[in-house]
Design a protein around this ligand. Structure first.
Ligand code: MN
Length: 129
């Protein structure tokens, strides 16, 4: 199934990383939205209903983990997959990530092919295809 109609919200405060994710995802047929801070996340999700969120954990002011908790405790948004990324070597089965509701975790630097694969997998399983 082509996922060319899929949209990913990129939440990342580093401009270079944002550009890398944007270019990589758009190259693979995704549409992207982006923000550099957690405070914008819920509004963007409610307005655009993307198919997945790429969530940097280390964000200014409010962390990506906290933003993930907001998403996962929202009655209408909680089914949107959240793929967490972090420069810290957090084990993928980390209890804090799981408790926050992250659906997957990738360590930076994130290989784009792997990122695309993980996002596709979660978008497909959410759509039931
Ligand atoms: Mn960051």
């Amino acid at each position: 199934m082509a996922l060319s109609d899929s949209t990913v919200l990129i939440v990342e405060d580093n401009e270079l990383n944002r550009r890398l994710y944007r270019n990589g995802l758009e190259y693979h047929g995704f549409t992207t939205l982006e923000t550099d801070r957690a405070a914008n996340v819920l509004d963007l999700l409610r307005t655009h209903r993307p198919d997945a969120v790429l969530m940097d954990i280390q964000l200014p002011e409010t962390s990506g983990l906290e933003a993930t908790r907001w998403i996962k405790s929202d009655r209408e948004l909680h089914t949107i997959p959240v793929i967490a990324v972090s420069a810290f070597g957090i084990p993928p089965d980390n209890e804090i990530l799981r408790a926050a509701g992250c659906d997957a975790y990738l360590a930076k630097p994130v290989p784009i092919e792997e990122l695309v694969q993980v996002i596709r997998c979660h978008v497909r399983s959410r759509r039931g295809v």
